[in-house]
Design a protein around this ligand. Structure first.
Ligand code: TYM
Length: 329
């Protein structure tokens, strides 16, 4: 089993990233060979300033380390392993315009201004496919929003293998977190919690202090009804359901068990309990993060070490792909 996943380096890591992806990553370190990376090349497809990109890459790496990614896994930033971009170019010959045109993230991010969108935003999922295929990844732990991109990676792998009569790329399986496939905004139960939401009150950042965490949860949008006994009865109450999901995922408990405990109580009681839990889980991560950020050079050194290990694993696959398509390198 080879596990590969990444995070785009823009803005701050938040609770959705943690519960949907990072928590799985930490747990998987004992189950297989793991490579986790900061997708700094992907960040270039948005409007990110050089200073922000450089800062975000180091801070996010430190956040992953603080959350428990350690030497059992290979941690690095994508730009330091040129095999990603090199394989991406080869796969651009395989991916079809029609496939990329159907990507919902492309449609959402480009909006009505497709002519003005960067080319990189369009070909973004091809780089993502290269990210996993260059390691012949078998498993990719992600939140639900990345499922479509991984289906595309499978389509690209299948077409490449067929066109060039090879079995080079295994089809990577997306591993979508069962506990937290899609954590929603604290302000709107229909929108996912996101780095790009303009309202900071919509998300809990992993760098937030205890008071901020408690305040954001206190102010989270809810409804006046008490919590029901059954999970099914939350189907029409997305904000309430989201808070119960967050509680269950943070506590490693079943959401139905959480409801049984709080059934009949209102948010006046539930929110403080959730805030205490969130602070108890996220507080220690933030404290470790703050310490790690005192020595950014050590974080950088860790990334450089990871990049060397990653490049060594990627090189044979890249060479095989170059050979398969007839490149003389
Ligand atoms: P990114 O940076 O948006 O998110 C990183 C991870 O966090 C998950 N996630 C969520 N999970 C649950 N609820 C949410 N509200 C939520 N928001 C984010 C994402 O699903 C993801 O797993 N394109 C990717 C980065 C990437 C990548 C890759 C991932 C680049 N190359 C190769 C996997 C494999 C992205 O922008 O994720």
């Amino acid at each position: 089993m080879r596990v590969v996943s990444g995070i785009q380096t823009t803005g701050n890591l938040h609770l959705g990233n943690y519960l949907g992806a990072i928590k799985q990553w930490v747990a998987m370190q004992d189950q297989g060979e793991c490579l986790f990376f900061l997708a700094d090349l992907h960040a270039l497809t948005g409007n990110v300033s050089p200073a922000e990109l450089a800062n975000s890459t180091v801070e996010m790496a430190a956040t992953l380390m603080a959350a428990g990614i350690d030497d059992r896994a290979i941690l690095f930033n994508q730009a330091r392993v040129p095999a990603h971009a090199e394989l991406c170019w080869i796969l651009q010959g395989t991916a079809r315009m029609g496939w990329l045109n159907r990507m919902t993230q492309w449609k959402d991010k480009a909006g009505k201004n497709r002519e003005g969108a960067s080319v990189g935003l369009f070909t973004y999922p091809v780089l993502q496919a290269a990210d996993v295929l260059v390691y012949q990844a078998t498993h990719v732990p992600v939140g639900e929003d990345q499922k479509q991109h991984l289906e595309l990676a499978r389509d690209i792998a299948t077409k490449f293998n067929t066109d060039f009569e090879t079995e080079l790329f295994p089809l990577p399986d997306p591993l979508i977190s069962k506990a937290a496939p899609r954590i929603m905004s604290l302000r709107d139960g229909q929108a996912k919690m996101s780095k790009s939401d303009p309202s900071d009150m919509s998300r809990i950042n992993l760098i937030d202090d205890d008071d901020t965490i408690a305040q954001k949860l206190r102010k989270a949008r809810t409804d006046p009804e008490p919590l029901p006994e059954k999970l099914d009865d939350l189907a029409e109450r997305p904000e309430a359901k989201n808070l119960v999901t967050i509680y269950a995922a943070l506590a490693d408990r079943d959401p139905q068990g959480v409801l049984s405990e709080f059934a009949g109580q209102g948010f006046g009681a539930f929110k403080p309990a959730l805030a205490d839990l969130a602070v108890s889980v996220l507080g220690p991560i933030r404290d470790r993060l703050t310490q790690l950020l005192d020595d950014r050079a050590a974080v950088q050194a860790n990334l450089a070490k990871g990049a060397g290990r990653a490049q060594a694993l990627a090189e044979p696959t890249l060479k095989a792909a170059q050979k398969a398509v007839g490149l003389q390198v």
